[in-house]
Design a protein around this ligand. Structure first.
Ligand SMILES: Cc1ncc(COP(=O)(O)O)c(C=O)c1O
Length: 383
């Protein structure tokens, strides 16, 4: 085989699910309830069942889901929200949109997840400075693996901070034998097309076990409306999930577990066959990843860039998540207190994400591994 190997293969998935997708979309076209139609309710029931939460509220994106969970806690000026520096910008931008201050926390080098030690230090720093009041933590399940939820929960209860779970990348993963969906007050999901459960456009959801919060999120997603349509109880958003997206997601949810198993099989294959120079993502103990991303790291930037170039020459797609931690991005530099976060700062030089998706054939997997092994031989470090 000579490539190309796509990073994601949505056309292949679409061919596989064509009939189910068509049937679902045709039903929506037949009833024409494009806003909060029956598929939205059905999807909410299915998501709640799948995640094991009391409620699921389907919304317009993972970003809006995060924004609403913070709005519901009245997060605003004078408050600090702790979050990992090594994540997608959406996790932090919602904090600033509400006038609060994001406090960036370092990560663990092998799992890429938030460092509890760094969180404690950052919390004490904020308390000592006394400029803003610690209010919340957003935990992120980076690349599909669970964050250290037990430790995050312990710290949140010791300090009285609200804990929100950004599961944009990890829906379908499990932590200590339970599907992610109730490790925090609210769990936010993204259905961006490249996510393990992805729609054909933007979409998201909030999972919660709290009845009052669920009602509040429903109100916030529809302009703050109360029991009646034109009863405006609060300032809200237009953040509903389209019925058509719900229909697509229902068709995909039917095969979601099979697809997760295929992602897991690809991860195991890479784990078993990549050469030693390529450091595999360390699995979080007693947990199962959704494998949104299979991210390896190399010992130095030169090796990472060289491997990436070799993959490109062999028509194998790869990606760098994330080239820079958020506090080093131009948009955030004025909101960071200057504290060094060494792991998050170094990681952008070492990481490389390899193709992983349910339609990656065995031949393609073997081609990726062989190409990397040949590259490693060239570096003289093959086992
Ligand atoms: C960690 C994380 N949080 C939040 C989001 C935002 O999700 P969305 O793109 O659906 O707004 C994303 C996804 O893109 C993400 O990866």
């Amino acid at each position: 085989m000579t490539g190309p190997v796509a990073f994601l293969n949505l056309p292949a998935q679409q061919r596989r699910l064509a009939e189910a997708l068509k049937g679902r979309v045709e039903q929506v076209l037949a009833h024409c309830q494009f806003i909060l139609g029956p598929e939205v309710t059905e999807l909410e029931q299915e998501l709640a069942r799948y995640g094991g939460s009391r409620h699921a509220i389907a919304v317009s994106s993972g970003t809006d889901a995060l924004l609403m969970t913070l709005m519901a806690e009245n997060i605003g000026p004078g408050m600090a929200v702790f979050l990992p520096a090594f994540t997608y910008t959406a996790t932090a931008e919602v904090v600033l949109l509400l006038g609060a201050v994001p406090v960036f926390v370092d990560i663990e080098p092998r799992t890429f997840q938030i460092s509890i030690n760094s969180l404690k230090k950052r919390y004490h720093h904020v308390m000592t400075e006394g400029v803003v009041r610690p209010a919340a933590i957003i935990g992120v399940d980076l690349f599909g693996q669970p964050a250290p939820w037990d430790e995050l929960n312990n710290f949140a209860s010791e300090t009285g901070l609200v804990l929100i779970a950004d599961c944009a990348q990890s829906f379908g993963a499990s932590y200590k034998g339970r599907k992610l969906g109730h490790e925090a007050l609210a769990t936010t999901l993204s259905f961006f097309p490249s996510k393990p459960l992805g729609g054909y456009g933007d979409g998201g959801a909030i999972l919660t076990d709290d009845d009052e919060k669920a009602a509040l999120y429903r109100s916030l997603r529809s302009h703050g409306e109360g029991k009646e349509r034109y009863d405006v109880q609060r300032i809200g958003l237009n953040a509903r999930l389209d019925t058509l997206q719900a229909a697509i997601l229902l068709a995909k949810l039917d095969v979601f577990d099979e697809e997760l198993a295929k992602r897991e099989a690809v991860a195991r294959y890479y784990d078993a066959h990549l050469p030693e120079i390529v450091q595999r993502p360390e699995r979080v103990q007693e947990s199962r990843s959704a494998w949104a991303v299979y991210c390896v790291s190399l010992p130095a930037r030169a090796e990472r860039d060289s491997l990436r170039q070799t993959l490109t020459e062999h028509h194998i797609a790869s990606a760098i998540y994330y080239p820079k931690p958020l506090h080093k991005q131009p948009a955030y530099k004025n909101y960071h207190d200057g504290v060094s976060l060494p792991v998050a700062e170094a990681m952008g030089d070492y990481v490389l994400a390899l193709p992983i998706h349910p339609d990656l054939t065995e031949e393609e997997q073997a081609y990726v591994v062989t190409t990397i092994r040949k590259w490693a031989d060239h570096y003289g470090r093959s086992p």
